[in-house]
Every structure is written in C-alpha cells, then in structure tokens.
Design a protein around this ligand. Sequence first.
Ligand code: UDP
Length: 385
Amino acid sequence: MHYDFLIVGSGLFGAVFAHLVTKSGKKCLVIDKRNHTGGNIHCREMAGINVHEYGAHIFHTSDREVWDFVNGIVPFNRFTNSPIAKAPNGKLYNLPFNMNTFSRLWNIETPVQAEEVLKSQREEVLAKLDAEGVTEPRNLEEQALSLIGRDVYELLIKGYTEKQWGRKCNELPAFIIRRLPVRLTYDNNYFNDDFQGIPIGGYNRLTAGLLEGSDVITGADFFNDREHWESVADKIVFTGKIDEYFDYRFGKLEYRTVRFETEVIDTPNYQGNAVVNYTSAEVPYTRIIEHKHFESLSQQAVYNNPRTVISREYSTEWQEGMEPFYPVNDERNQALYAKYKELADATPGVIFGGRLAEYKYYDMAPLIRRVFDLFNTVILEKSSI
Ligand code: UDP
C-alpha cells in the first residue's frame, strides 16, 4: 500500500493532521516509536484513574473552532485549573497571582490596596532598569519583577522556575512568565481562556477518535529504517526532534524533561486539588499532580474511589533515551534551531510540526490551530511543501 502521507509521531500534531487529511480522502500511515499513540497526552489507567503519564494536560482555548473541533471528537468536562503553591515559608497560596494570593501575602483585602503594594514594588524595579537604560525586560527575572514585584517573585516564582528550567531566572527568556496571568480579582482560574476542560473518559479517547481511519503502527522508529519509511508515502509529516532529522549536523538542541514518581495511595483524597506547586528551591520536585481531580469533579466522585494516584514531577535536563518535553528557548538554542529551520524550509515534501520539530513551547490548542492553518495552505490550496 502506498500512502499520501507518512506521519512520524502520533502525538497531538500528528493525530490532528492525520484526522484532517483522512477526512479529505487521503491515505495516511502514522508511525510512533513508543508502544502507544498520543505522544505526551497519553494516559495510563491506574486504580481506575486516568493518569497523565507524561505530565498534566489541561485543554484551554478561546478559539471556538478548535474547541468545537475537539469536542466533536470527544466531549470535554468543565475542569478548571486552579493550582495551589506551597511556598518556601510553608504557607499555601492560590495561583495564578490574584487577590486570594495578595490578601494572604500582604494581609490586605481590596484591589486598591493590592495595587498600591504592587505599584511600589514594580516602581522599585522599573527605576533600577531605567537607570541602566533598559526599556524592555531582558530576561525572566526582569520580566517577573516588573510584572509582579519582589515578594511574589521570591516566594512563588524564583525557586520554581529555576527548578523547572535548571537555569537561573536571569538567563531565561522573558516570555515564559508572560504565560501567567496577574489579576486583581478573587479568581483562581489559571487560564484566561473562554473554554477549558479534559476529555470525558481521558485523552486516549481523543487520540483514538483523531486516528480513526488512519493506519497506525506503534513501536516503529523512523530512524531505524529511514529509507523504508521514506518510500512508503508521497509526503512526510515529521513531528520528532528536528535536530535528529538532520543527523545533529549543527549540534544538539537542548530540552528539559520531567521524571515522574507515580504512586497509588490508599486514601480517596490526597491533596484536595489536581495541582500543587512546590515553589521552594529546597523541595526537589516542582509539583504534585493528583490525577483523579481532573475527572472526578464532584465530592462524591472523588470519594467513590477509595484510592488515588499522585505523581511527583522532577524536572531534569534531557539526555538520550529520555522523552524530551520542553524546548529550552534560550539564545543559544534559538540560534541553533534557526539553522535547522533553514534546512527544513529547504526540504521539499516534508512538513515539520509540533513541539519538537518546531522547537516551540506549544500549548495544545494553538498547536491544533497551527495544524488547521497548515492543512488549509498545504492541502486545500495545494501549495508545495
Ligand atoms: N511558574 C512559577 N511558579 C509557579 C508556576 C509557574 O514561577 O508556581 C512559572 C515558571 O517559570 C513556569 C512558567 O511560570 O515555567 C509557566 O508555567 P506553566 O504552569 O504554565 O507551565 P507548564 O504547565 O507548561 O509546565
């Protein structure tokens, strides 16, 4: 059988692409080197709970087309992410940074009071940057300090971020922290988006729905038999590591990865929340995820299962043999990626897409939007790739 597309990687990018292309009447073969599909959105069932095996995935978007699309595959629940942070002072604070956080931190009540404190802390930083002739924050530390001030930075950002990225805050790009909202309302919703949720029954249902109609082979590594795989289809969608595709010829890109310590515990409710971040540099893990809270949204559903599953997340530098999670978008890696991108652009017949092939810190929804756009240009407008 000869295919129109070989899709290397059955993660969200590959699966959505396969879905659209298959629906348009083309034949797709999807291969994945792991023994399951879905990439990092894959869930493993433990104690009757869908465990987010490669880290918590919470779908959130304001893009109605994307939201309708995923809900057309599998309905989503109304989960709202409202993480809690355990700070170095031993206290719990609400995230994202909002009136609940500020009132506990500064013993204040009103938005005006919070604004006063924030203003004075911001001004201190801005004056310092101004004196140095800096107009735009040059790194994550400057960005965080000018956004939220020293107290929040030191209690809730610095330790967490340096653990997560294994780099000092003043060596990290500013955009990472811009993901986090700052709010003068008592609203603990982590995301600003209109729509948010988890697929009912878990992410594997989403993947299965997306891959319906495509041929799928798991446990198949593109690089083990590259010539063969390149011959099975007219075009390739590559969602693996872009540096590996080009034999690391300019050197290796760096990634962060996460090691999970997952355990089943004989208690129905371990921490009362899906996500608790540990922002102290002294605690070796970044956060603890209690998976049942993604899907058991009522008190009764939580206690119906006498057991729970938790995962401690340890952020580490990626090494061969591990699953790469986050691209490290610092200057060195961005410059290296730019060189690979140039090669990719000059490679006809291959689309490079997703977190690893585009070396981009994608959330799920923008990634799906990207696939829609690509599909429209490449397939519907028949422009060359
Ligand atoms: N962050 C932080 N403290 C927290 C949570 C997040 O400083 O308690 C910062 C940190 O730099 C992190 C970034 O915000 O890299 C983005 O966090 P998010 O939770 O969005 O990352 P993800 O869930 O994708 O790992």
